[in-house]
Design a protein around this ligand. Sequence first.
Ligand code: PRP
Length: 214
Amino acid sequence: MRKVRIALTKGRLENRTVDVLEHLGYDVSMLRSKGRKLILEIPGAEIEVVLAKAADVITYVEHGVCDIGVVGKDTIMEHGGSFFEVADLGFGRCKFALAVKKGTDFYSGYSEKTVATKYPNVARNYFADKSMDVRVIKIEGSVELAPLLELSDGIVDIVETGTTLRENGLEVQEDVAAVSARLIVNPASLKMRKKELEPLINAIQQAAREMRLK
Ligand code: PRP
């Protein structure tokens, strides 16, 4: 049988996840100096690490080719899927917010509003919950440009430090949802490999908790 495979989100969440694995006692030197390698063995360990883009972490876990994954709640909210979300790991904290040009009000006036976002499902669900008809335009990155260029009345985007909004003359009008790193598991793997996965999941949760206390 293959080793237990854990999919990590490349980029912002990567370092903190590697810190968690190190805290668990794994030799993560290969992960720290990985070059362009995408599947990494951990010397002497029963796990194998796969590095993927956030939405692909979900895809690999959903299909069971990876057993567990670490991915942001932002991607989970946008992408959905059939997996178990077993823990909030507490790092990678940020939020989804509705932001507008400073001093403007998204809800003023009677015309149909337009929102630009990298997360169309999150935006649609948010306004559907408010029973509001809003036109959603998908943007691939640097969404802050859309209201500045008057393509949209606002954006639904990730806010971490608030610097990007501030430096572009935008401000948060409303918080939409809190975001942080989550541990996800393939349901079939959990059933079939319970003996290996349960202790690993508990250990990852525990390590993330201990690191938060530091
Ligand atoms: C995210 C997000 C904001 C920025 C927020 O973008 O879409 O633009 O980070 O962070 P801050 O509040 O700390 O300034 P990302 O860096 O992922 O780049 P992108 O917009 O080009 O996708």
